[in-house]
Design a protein around this ligand. Sequence first.
Ligand code: SF4
Length: 454
Amino acid sequence: MLDLTPKEVMERKALRINPCKTCQPVGALYAALGVRNCMPHSHGSQGCCSYHRSVLSRHFKEPAIAASSSFTEGASVFGGRSNIVTSARNIFDIYNPDIIAVHTTCLSETIGDDLGSYIMDMDVPEGKVVVHTNTPSYVGSHINGFFNMMMGFMNYLTRKEGTPNGKTAVFPGWVNPGDIRELKRIAALMRVPTTFFPDPSGVMDAPMTGRYEMYPEGGTTVDEIRGLGDSEHLIALGEITCIEPAELLKKKWKVDFDLLPLPVGVAYTDQYVMALRRRSMVEVPAQLEMERGQLVDLMLDSHSYTYRRKVAIFGDPDVVIGLTALVLEMGMLPKYVITGTPKEDFARKVRALFELYGVEDCVAKANADLFELHQWIKNEPVDLLIGSSYGKQIARAEDIPFIRAGFPVLDRYGGPLLPIVGYSGSIHLVERITHTLMDRIDRDCADEDLEVVM
Ligand code: SF4
């Protein structure tokens, strides 16, 4: 299992081995699943759509619905206009969504299909909508696809009536439904009326009722997306994922925004809470103060097991930046920090964290892959690896304790329900990190050192 990964690191420009990302339509599909009564639609071959659905279903353990333009040889040569027109008619007739959200694939991008003009010519039923975005997978990653789909919805739907709707829009970025529930709970405690967009909670964490619902009760409604232009303010969480959608809302409808890191750990959650406080002008409630104090207390209690322990973190940029901030607060050394998404801002932000905490000899890299991370670890090992399921082979090859976090986690259950954001989500993370390190001590120590009280 990865035993042949060589130690010698060679400069590679055009080749990714064991990538730390997936393709744009996966992100577009996830964003569309965060809209109420929406049928995501993949404009390309059935194989692409099956892959995108399967990776989301395997992470969330929920059905990820989507339709496909079902390209065959003819559409690949002559274009997919008739495919998408027929698809839309069938989807509205059979599945009756409020909205169809179309994203492209490598194939339809390469042949240059003009989705905008196809949609303009469609016979869309009264009260229904079709929107689209371009998601060429040979650039960017699923994170680009996610924010491109957000902007697709916004370009088609948002408007300004002129009367502020009294709500603060929140762009939560690419997080799990459990995270969105926690972000909403904090906003409710701060008494800020919000519109979360997109909002896959209630969709990708729907409860078992014994009855299949194609469109579960969650998701941002089409009317709520239309109303984003009348928001009082926007809080955009995730500086890499949400900057472009936030700038679009500002450019189109002059909605000012706070662009914040994903609230993982003490300092970043403080920033979210204070941004909400500026909207409501209420004092931070005792509940949140208590959770914050418990998190700090836990970090102090467990400090002797985490201090200066080396950790490698990989995954999506905003989740990785949040995790890096948290482990630095725990006194750990984030030795290697990578994302597969090609956004150079990522490395700059992580290096700024290194500087803030005065840590040296740590590496941050965007557009990186897991092969390179493995080579670094072979040259200088770490005490802990944090990332998606794709880290498990490295963890096994190098015998490193491993914590699954981020996307995708395909080989475990329950993760999408459990938050990593906010003070209480961070408490769960600190508990997992500390216990994973302590389990390793228990596994490796001599019999006479196996303590029951630690
Ligand atoms: S062909 Fe492109 S869109 Fe389809 S699965 Fe592969 S990378 Fe994704």
